[in-house]
Design a protein around this ligand. Structure first.
Ligand SMILES: Cc1cc2nc3c(=O)[nH]c(=O)nc-3n(C[C@H](O)[C@H](O)[C@H](O)COP(=O)(O)OP(=O)(O)OC[C@H]3O[C@@H](n4cnc5c(N)ncnc54)[C@H](O)[C@@H]3O)c2cc1C
Ligand SMILES: Cc1ncc(C[n+]2csc(CCOP(=O)(O)OP(=O)(O)O)c2C)c(N)n1
Ligand SMILES: [Mg+2]
Length: 666
């Protein structure tokens, strides 16, 4: 057996180390015992149900939920176990034939349902690239390996399927690190394949040798070093299984050059994943359901905290039914936006650092919080000591390592959200909560909130206006908006009303500048018929703008809105509030973005007046190709409200201007 590096180990270290929970400790002990005496039951930390075939028939195994595209635009990827094997080439599903490791790699990817990969070649991965000529898979040549990982990530978030990125060893592999960490923090299923130097050279500081499994140990759900062709098939099958099941996440497969070049007998059936210890069947105990129901029925001021797990679980319908039946209003995390229609009367908007003021107040006043597939990120809770002090907490979560990690909960329901809600639903009583809902309405009305239509522009162009106008223009369809990180990202969350699942793709946990442009390419490749908009800052755009060439090469109709404020705006805002306006290293000297686009053959426009916003957006939509719009917006504008780091959730910095509006901005 080749040496294996287990991401699971690091998860135990990082995730469980934070948990003073005795069951976590027991799990850790079990893990070490098994590690010493056999194969590691890795992934105890970032667990969740391993779906698929390998545990079927095992005593106590309950088939996990089918996580599908969950509102995505494609049909679910199917493994060869599920699909017609006639498409899989000469070997058939049960047949054996002698193949190179490189050939097996592409064959297995095809059998896993992969249609597109994003990659960049180099010496150690050349055998794989050579074998690509026999594959039906479409390879998208990127301009930087970070872009490949974000594209795979965008592909996964748009479609609900596994995205694949490929790179060579050494610098190719290390360039992937940011994209892998981005996917890890947001539970996005990607598989990254890297070439590695020949197995005999490992450890010799060979040309372009990097211990990429070591480097990515803490930022992958799992990773593998493959040193023999005979391990390729099993590893690829396991990697997909791990990436897409339970709590999704990135998996890296590092394959030595000789493993790609040498041959072995390929046997798909024999390569079935075998992962004892990876727990697919976590579900709450009946007593926990009963406790949860009691809390729900006794609550007078409940709030649902709706997170990304709704989209991952595909639980949109169940969440809606639950909220409507129980009459419970819903606050959204940034990554949950779109999981519940923005226009639904029970949808109150985003919570947290830049969430709606009334939403944060409601959370602080609530007597019950129901966390649905969200992980109480610090951007969401503010100071934990003062967080929702009067509320009991129910946490429905697939990863037990998230329970009690940040916020101590009264009732944990560990399992797939959709499955858990289906169990709960028949027992949920309809309760009149009009008093609580009326109170929230008042809170909303009395708040000094944004009414973007009334915000005077006095000849200036505000980012909020641009984004709100963009929403008005595109709301007729099901546009996918991919944002970068910064002020524009928060304004997008506030002023673009997401009605549909997977219509917002953004880097939340790692907050990776440079994410948007490549992630949008991935989304467009996954959903070729969708209207795809990039909303990106002038700073973040310059981090991955080389991928404009990829857009042109692939002939992708992607619309790019640069919110050009001449600053690293979000950092400038922190300097404004907390560093006495010392704008150290935040003003940007920018190129002429429109001319830059022109150099790539991309149509472009520059807009600095509000009256030009709608015509430019319309032109982009009508144009038969990509278009970049450089929106030159107000330079020193601020995102409100803001919960300062370490402040209580209700202690928000509010807009100082006298503009007092209503929440109605239609
Ligand atoms: C500049 C900036 C500002 C930000 N400000 C805000 C803000 O004001 N408000 C805000 O909300 N966010 C904000 N964020 C984002 C924030 O950092 C987090 O990324 C976000 O809050 C995480 O949302 P989440 O917990 O829903 O998603 P994730 O972090 O993706 O967590 C999803 C959870 O669901 C669980 N899960 C997955 N699958 C299932 C399943 N099938 N069943 C049950 N559970 C499942 C996972 O295990 C995980 O615990 C900001 C980010 C940036 C970069
Ligand atoms: C790769 C990376 N480096 C640094 C940061 C820290 N950071 C967060 S927001 C921000 C400014 C973003 O500027 P810009 O892209 O122009 O967007 P704006 O905030 O102006 O809308 C910076 C530097 C980050 N999130 N990611
Ligand atoms: Mg900027």
């Amino acid at each position: 057996m080749p040496p294996l590096r287990r991401g699971g180990k690091s998860e135990l270290r990082f995730r469980k180390g934070m948990l003073p929970n005795p069951t976590r400790r027991q799990e850790e002990l079990v893990w070490w015992v098994l590690f010493l005496f056999g194969r590691t039951p890795e992934l105890l930390g970032r667990t969740g149900a391993l779906s698929g075939t390998m545990l079927e028939g095992m005593p106590g195994y309950a088939a996990p939920a089918t996580y599908g595209p969950a509102g995505g635009c494609m049909t679910q990827q199917k493994t060869a176990d599920q699909k017609d094997t006639s498409m899989t080439g000469t070997s058939g599903s049960g047949g054996k034939k002698t193949m190179t490791g490189a050939g097996i790699l592409w064959e297995c990817l095809e059998r896993e349902g992969v249609k597109h990969v994003f990659g960049y070649p180099g010496g150690a991965i050349l055998p794989a690239y050579d074998a690509l000529k026999h594959s039906k898979i479409h390879h998208v040549l990127v301009r930087h390996e970070q872009g490949a990982t974000h594209m795979a990530d965008g592909y996964a978030r748009a479609s609900g399927e596994v995205g694949v990125a490929v790179a060579t060893s050494g610098p190719g592999a290390t360039n992937m690190v940011t994209g892998i960490a981005t996917a890890m923090l947001d539970s996005s299923p990607i598989v990254c394949i890297t070439g590695q130097v020949g197995s005999k050279l490992i450890g010799s500081d060979a040309f372009q040798e990097t211990d990429i499994t070591g480097v990515t140990l803490p930022i992958t759900k799992h990773n593998y070093l493959v040193t023999h062709a005979s391990e390729v098939a099993r590893t690829v099958r396991e990697a997909f299984y791990v990436a897409r099941s339970g709590r999704p996440g990135p998996v890296l497969i590092d394959i030595t050059k000789d493993a790609q070049q040498s041959t072995c007998e390929f046997d798909w059936e024999a390569a079935k994943p075998q992962l004892p210890g990876y727990r697919p069947d976590l579900s709450p105990a009946p007593a926990e359901y009963a406790q949860a129901l009691e809390l729900i029925h006794n609550s007078k001021r409940p709030v649902i905290l709706a997170g990304h797990g709704i989209l991952i679980s595909g639980a949109m319908r169940e969440v809606r039914e639950f909220a409507e039946r129980a009459g419970i209003p819903m606050a959204m995390t940034l990554l949950g936006l779109g999981a519940f229609p923005a226009s639904h009367p029970l949808n109150l908007g985003m919570m947290g650092m830049h969430g709606e003021a009334w939403v944060n107040h409601m959370i602080q006043e609530a007597d019950l919080l129901l966390a649905f597939g969200m992980r109480f990120d610090d951007r969401v809770t503010g100071n934990l000591k003062t967080y929702a002090p009067n509320a009991k907490k129910i946490h429905i979560e697939i990863d037990p390592a998230e329970i009690n990690k940040n916020v101590k909960v009264d009732v944990p329901l560990v399992g797939d959200l959709r499955e858990v809600l289906l169990e709960l639903m028949p027992h949920v009583e309809s309760i009149d909560r009009s008093e609580w809902l009326d109170h929230i309405d008042k809170l909303k009305g009395d708040s000094a909130v944004r009414d973007i239509q009334n915000l005077p522009d006095s000849g200036h162009l505000y980012a909020a206006h641009v984004i709100n106008d963009l929403w008005r223009q595109t709301r007729d369809g099901k546009a996918i908006v991919v944002t970068d990180v910064g002020q524009h990202q928060m304004w997008e969350a506030q002023y673009y009303k997401h009605e549909h699942p997977r219509s917002l793709i953004t880097s939340g946990g790692l907050g990776t500048m440079g994410f948007a442009l490549p992630a949008a390419i991935g989304a467009k490749v996954a959903c070729p018929d969708a209207e795809v908009w990039v909303i990106v800052g002038d700073g973040g755009f310059q981090m991955t703008m080389c991928e404009l060439a990829t857009i042109v090469q692939e002939n992708l109709k992607i619309h790019i809105a640069i919110i050009n404020n001449g600053f690293l705006g979000m950092v400038r805002q922190w300097q404004e509030f907390f560093y006495e306006r010392n704008y150290a290293a935040t003003p940007l000297l920018n190129p002429d973005f429109a001319r830059l686009a022109g150099a790539y053959g991309i149509r472009s426009a520059t807009v600095s007046d509000r009256s030009q916003v709608v015509p430019a957006v319309q032109e982009a939509r009508q144009h038969d190709g990509p278009m970049l719009i450089n929106f030159k917006v107000e330079q020193e504008d601020t995102v409100y409200p803001m919960v300062a780091a370490g402040a209580a959730l209700h202690d928000m910095i509010r807009r100082p201007s006298p503009i007092v509006e209503t929440a109605e901005d239609e």
